[in-house]
Ligand binder design. Structure first.
Ligand SMILES: *Cc1c(COP(=O)(O)O)cnc(C)c1O
Length: 394
């Protein structure tokens, strides 16, 4: 007992929620519903808490109405029946691999994959006895030659990280489907607004929600969407077994971000394309890597399968400009130097791809990746002019 006793009824009242009326309350925003424990009306309901499959509320780790609301909204945009959010985009990819591929089996990964996936494959999958085969991202239907009986998953990512290669997703999906092998696509660049992998025949669509969907550079999240009930069961089981969960506060921020995704994406996409065109006139730039530029090698497939471009693209400086790259990046006022992309602050990142290609050859110098934010286009254009001038040695 404490020296300062508190009245028994007050003590209980502090942790008891009196009923309040919800009558007449309707909001267009989603409530943040936090829970570790979920309580049940009686012992029988508790005993049956897992009988309703993955959809039941059983423990906060497995979802609350806030996360389910976000999942339902992403599923609708992807055109899928099942969606789960994950603690990061990276874990959405690693979970898909861990859930579907076992020791002695093989996963096919595009050579231009998001680099941390390559590190995961090298440092974790190899030790688990999973074989990783990298393939040319532009392989298309020729992927059939790699689809042996040991292959359990084909991962795709279009455009490829940093160098932006566009994959022939329908051709890859069809070849894999003919052999009963599931396919997954990292769709973070396009978001479901500009590409719908499931409609192109891909089985699992993955988003780094951290990027465009959340959209404000302030949270980390991924999503996995599918319409295949058997794949869903294996993915969702893997999620539970690994003890993964997502905070409802983060889901609430992502739900808020998602509302303005069309506006942000339309803005970043059209300004990004204009800026990419401007960079093409910079003599110190050897190549601008942007799928919506007609001369880009994957442009025709992009035009067929995508309905737009987001605001992320890359440039390769001419080799002589390499010593001036750091100063050129620092000459910009609005593009901050940093990792990640898809927010309302413009970001630039010098990417070193050394060691990041197995099938193809990585560019030897830095590849500079731009992410267009919400600043005025004139300000960003002035930044790029300053960047070019320093790169040229002016
Ligand atoms: C950033 C990114 C991811 C990972 O997302 P995180 O939430 O940062 O883990 C996955 N794929 C691509 C293409 C990305 O750019």
């Amino acid at each position: 007992m404490s020296d300062f006793p508190i009245r028994a009824e007050d003590m209980t009242a502090c942790v008891t929620l009196p009923p309040i009326s919800r009558e007449g309350f309707r909001s267009v925003s989603v409530a943040v519903e936090r829970a570790s424990t979920i309580v049940f009306p009686d012992a029988a309901a508790y005993a049956a808490r897992n009988d309703n499959g993955h959809g039941a509320y059983s423990y906060g780790l497995h979802g609350t109405p806030t996360s389910r609301q976000l999942e339902a909204q992403i599923a609708a945009l992807e055109g899928g029946t099942h969606c789960m959010v994950t603690p990061s985009g990276l874990v959405a990819i690693t979970l898909a691999i861990l859930s579907l591929v076992r020791a002695g089996e093989t996963v096919l990964i595009p050579d231009t994959v998001y680099p941390p996936v390559r590190a995961f494959a090298h440092r974790m999958l190899a030790g688990l006895g999973v074989t990783v085969v990298y393939y040319d991202p532009t392989i298309g239907s020729r992927i059939d030659a790699l689809l042996g009986p040991e292959v359990r998953l084909v991962l795709t990512e279009s455009p490829g990280s940093t160098t932006m290669e566009i994959q022939d997703l329908p051709a890859i999906a069809a070849a894999a489907k003919a052999r009963g092998i599931p396919t997954a696509c990292d769709n973070s660049w396009a978001t479901p607004l500009f590409c719908k992998p499931l409609a192109l025949g891909i089985d699992i669509s993955i988003e780094a929600v951290s990027k465009y969907i959340a959209g404000h550079s302030d949270l980390l999240m991924g999503s996995i969407t599918t319409s295949d009930p058997e794949l869903w069961d294996r993915l969702r089981t893997g999620f539970k077994l690994l003890g993964l969960g997502v905070s409802p506060d983060d889901c609430s921020l992502a739900l808020r971000g998602l509302q303005s995704l069309p506006l942000r994406l339309a803005h970043a996409g059209s300004i990004g394309l204009a800026l990419a065109g401007r960079l093409q006139t910079c003599p110190a730039v050897a190549a601008v890597l942007h799928p919506a530029l007609p001369q880009f090698s994957g442009h025709d497939i992009w035009k067929r399968d995508f309905t737009g471009a987001s605001g992320v693209f890359s440039v390769i400086p001419v080799p002589q400009a390499a010593p001036r790259v750091s100063r050129a990046l620092e000459a910009m006022q609005h593009f901050s130097i940093g990792a990640s992309w898809g927010g309302l602050h413009s970001i630039v990142a010098p990417m070193d791809l050394t060691g990041n290609r197995t099938v193809g050859t990585a560019p030897t110098g830095p590849v500079i990746r731009f992410s267009v934010g919400g600043e005025a286009p004139e300000a960003l254009a002035a930044d790029l002019d300053a960047f070019c001038a320093v790169l040229e040695g002016l």
